[in-house]
Design a protein around this ligand. Structure first.
Ligand code: ZN
Length: 457
């Protein structure tokens, strides 16, 4: 049995509770994997202590969309200045050479960066399975366990190849039977629906332009049968909208509804191109959104109307998206990006630092269907991000240390990241992985993938 963990003397604790309570000069007591108390002058005999003087503590952030494999294909030559469809077709030629060891490596890089920048729970969407590489998600799960992060991998899929009018090469797609069988295998083997779960599986056809309607409908039935959540990309670009109108005579949201996907166990990545009536329908159906501001900017896709989503009562979480379109897994930078971009889109008063942090924490939990993470309160999971703001890059922000997390700061590393009561980042370094060795392996893998695809580095 681990001794209790007592975090002492935090400069500020932003609890992200309903009232937005923030505590000054306060402590947090953790017993096992659960927060027992947060308040002033806490003590506990026999507890291990962390001195959080000069630190701001927030709930561990929640990343609601990723493609961890892409961590090996960042800043790819020939795809740096392309929009989504050409960016995808360029990368398919590289990703078709992915292997299980490379999936583990990409996951270690992406999840490692997330932990270092204050994220304690991450979703993933792995949808491309080269022939014979059927256990990419298993490899990622192993990496997540080693790093100690809470993980929501989704079993992605593509069934509509070029020969059937889809976007991906035929040999990167799978049959509907193969997709459903593997989804069921993963749920049976790994899915833990209980409180404080460290691992939940979701089902995630890739997008309307790479998945058959049959696969969408079958996935909805399978998710209902097993009580798991469903995820896909939608309304990312105007190209996708034109594809849906041409192929299905429907706008993407109408297509989604016709597939039985406007449901409360669904969360959608992007949702940039929508009208007001569609926003109301998404709110009424309790569909969640994974907002990926950096990726949308990088690919020139647009910026979603997040202020309108929030005003309509839609749960909007934040996400770094895959590392070929961001190209980092820096969760704190993503919250800052969200704060800044909506000031341009919807006015300077439309997105405060605290509103962006709430999307990154509480709302992210709601998007993943969880009420046991995203908040610092007794009974919640002990997932914490502890940032040292007693540094030159935060100097002069003592008037509001919580907001300084987004307004200031050059390096976004936490001092400590705690997941499920365990310290997994200590003094700004991953505890369970050698970062330099990981970076060297990832760069070698990157060059290998580029050369296999015939791309000159
Ligand atoms: Zn994505």
């Amino acid at each position: 049995m681990r001794p209790p963990l007592l975090i002492k003397n935090a400069l500020r604790i932003a609890t992200m509770d309903d009232a937005g309570t923030e505590l000054a000069d306060a402590d947090i007591l953790i017993r096992g994997h659960v927060i027992e108390a947060a308040g002033k002058n806490l003590d506990c005999d026999g507890a291990e202590r962390l001195d959080a003087s000069g630190c701001v503590v927030i709930p561990g952030m929640i990343n609601t969309h990723h493609h961890l494999c892409q961590s090996l294909t960042r800043a790819t030559p020939a795809a740096q200045n392309e929009g989504l469809f050409r960016w995808l077709t360029t990368h398919y030629e590289i990703w078709r050479h992915l292997t299980e060891p490379y999936a583990a490596l990409g996951a270690s890089v992406g999840l490692g960066e997330l932990l270092l920048t204050g994220c304690t729970t991450s979703a993933d969407h792995t949808y491309l399975y080269p022939r014979g590489q059927t256990r990419l998600i298993d490899a990622q799960i192993e990496a997540a366990r080693t790093l100690g992060i809470r993980f929501h991998p989704t079993r992605g899929s593509m069934s509509l190849g070029v020969s059937q009018g889809g976007l991906p090469p035929d040999d990167c797609t799978q049959s509907e039977e193969e997709i459903l069988r593997d989804g069921e295998r993963l749920i049976k083997e790994y899915h833990d629906p209980g409180p404080y779960s460290m691992l939940r599986i979701g089902l995630a056809p890739c997008a309307p332009f790479s998945v058959s309607p049959q696969a969408m409908k079958q996935t909805a039935a399978q998710a209902k049968r097993w009580g798991v959540r469903m995820h896909t990309h939608l309304c990312e670009t105007t190209d996708e909208q034109e594809y849906c109108l041409k192929r299905y005579k429907l706008r993407p949201v109408d297509f989604l509804e016709s597939m039985g996907w406007l449901a409360d166990n669904v969360w959608l990545a992007h949702m940039v191109h929508v009208d007001d009536a569609e926003i109301s329908r998404l709110a009424a159906a309790h569909v969640g959104i994974a907002h990926c501001p950096s990726s949308n900017l990088r690919l020139g896709s647009g910026t979603p109307p997040v202020r309108r989503y929030l005003d309509a009562g839609v749960a909007v979480g934040l996400a770094v998206d895959g590392s070929a379109s961001n190209d980092t897994s820096d969760m704190l930078a993503e919250a800052r990006q969200a704060m800044l971009v909506h000031r341009v889109k919807s006015g300077v008063g439309s997105m405060s630092a605290r509103a962006a942090l709430r999307m990154a924490t509480r709302a992210g939990a709601a998007v993943l269907g969880r009420d046991d993470i995203g908040m610092i309160a007794p009974g919640k999971a002990a997932d914490l991000a502890i940032f040292d703001v007693d540094r030159i890059d935060y100097a002069g922000s003592a008037g509001d240390p919580v907001a300084s997390l987004l307004f200031c700061g050059a390096s976004h590393r936490t001092k400590w990241t705690i997941v499920n009561g365990r310290v997994v980042v200590e003094n700004g370094l991953l505890k369970n992985v050698d970062e330099r060795a990981l970076a060297r392996q990832a760069n070698a893998a990157c060059l290998d993938l580029l050369s296999r695809a015939g791309v000159t580095a």
